[in-house]
Design a protein around this ligand. Structure first.
Ligand SMILES: NC(=O)c1ccc[n+]([C@@H]2O[C@H](COP(=O)([O-])OP(=O)(O)OC[C@H]3O[C@@H](n4cnc5c(N)ncnc54)[C@H](OP(=O)(O)O)[C@@H]3O)[C@@H](O)[C@H]2O)c1
Length: 326
């Protein structure tokens, strides 16, 4: 097999550690498939891997999401065949590549209606939105919910999906322009949390009642105030750390604020079983096909410019989903 190019890194650090290198992909072993990528998804977790917040053995590839065509399959692969259009979201890392080997049981066949770019843009963020809204806390019609970074990749999908489920959506955003974008995606109330105290605004919006659930992917800067947004027995879903890790939590705070629940979920747990992976993806494909959720690809970069994409993502310059073109 001729060599292809991939982004790899040998030391953790800023975006400059990402290197465009020739790599040998090799032939798929038992249970594996070789996928030729057409589009690669950019996700915030990639920056945690690169910076070392989440540690990987080095040197390493990077990236957890892509869409492409199956070029070869190893022994014992029953579900996936050469020529299949597939996408995936999850480990092992190494999606920032023109082609790669993947465990075949992590691949999902793309419906005809979903293109490669759309597939690469939505698998990770969209399946995350699915488990957050449908499983971690099951959003009911009439619920009012809070999603932070409402104009981001996960954020715009959550706004639309929660709205389609009959919820009133409150979203925090870093700028007025992002507030407008979130509103255009079903967000009923936007709060520019860099200027306003969002917990106070939530109290106003809910007439003091508080919320059944807060979806917090910001971490350090927002976690304590997010708890202050909840009603008794409310659920704090801490699913990311864009501003840094959540500081240690005194469980007494949960008692004082009304028997609250806190969970720290990951997509990887929710899709660990193949049956869950396929059901989660199927529900995502369904809401996209029905037009309830639109996947906005607002940035595209050549894969070899992944460092620039990381700078823009961490600099809060992106909105919606971002893809890298191999
Ligand atoms: N646990 C899981 O299963 C799971 C799965 C997918 C994603 N996530 C998490 O969900 C979050 C969103 O992921 P995404 O890929 O869709 O990214 P994203 O929301 O498109 O980008 C991150 C956003 O976070 C906001 N932010 C607030 N404080 C920030 C800071 N100090 N530095 C940088 N950004 C800051 C920015 O929006 P504003 O300018 O509007 O504040 C920024 O655009 C990430 O925290 C990610 O780790 C978790």
């Amino acid at each position: 097999m001729s060599s292809v190019h991939a982004i790899r890194f040998a030391a953790t650090g800023g975006p400059e550690v990402l290197q465009w290198q020739a790599v040998d992909v090799g032939e798929p072993g038992p249970g594996e498939a070789r996928v030729s990528h057409r589009a690669v998804g950019l996700n915030y977790i990639d920056t945690y891997h690169r910076s070392g917040l989440y540690q990987l053995p080095l040197p390493s590839g990077i990236g957890l999401e892509a869409a492409g065509v199956v070029e070869a399959v190893g022994e014992d692969v029953a579900d996936i065949a050469i020529g299949d259009r597939v996408a995936y979201a999850g480990g092992p890392v190494g999606a920032y590549a023109q082609a790669r080997l993947m465990p075949a049981d992590r691949l999902v066949r793309l419906p005809d209606a979903i293109g490669f770019e759309q597939g690469a843009a939505m698998m990770l963020q969209g399946m995350t939105a699915q488990y957050l809204l449908r499983r971690t806390y099951r959003v009911q019609p009439g619920d009012t919910i809070l999603i932070h970074a409402a104009a981001g990749g996960v954020g715009l999908i959550v706004c639309q999906w929660a709205k389609a489920l009959g919820a009133t959506v409150i979203g925090t955003v870093g700028s007025q322009a992002k507030a407008e974008l979130a509103r255009a995606h079903g967000c009923d109330h936007t709060i520019v949390y860099t200027r306003e105290n969002f917990a106070e605004r939530v109290r106003e919006i809910t007439g003091g009642a508080g919320l059944p659930v807060v979806y917090d992917s910001i971490g350090k800067d927002t976690s304590m105030e997010s708890l202050a947004c909840l009603r008794p027995l409310g659920v704090m879903v801490s699913f990311g750390s864009a501003s840094g890790p959540v500081p240690p939590l005194d469980l007494g705070v949960l008692a004082k604020r009304g028997s609250l629940y806190v969970t720290r979920p990951t997509l990887f747990t929710y899709t660990a079983k193949r049956s869950d992976l396929l059901a989660t993806a199927a529900e995502l494909f369904e809401v996209v096909a029905a037009g309830k959720v639109r996947i906005d690809i607002n940035q595209r970069y050549p894969l070899r410019d992944a460092a620039r994409a990381h700078r823009d993502l961490e600099g809060r310059l992106t909105t919606g989903s971002t893809i890298l073109i191999p």
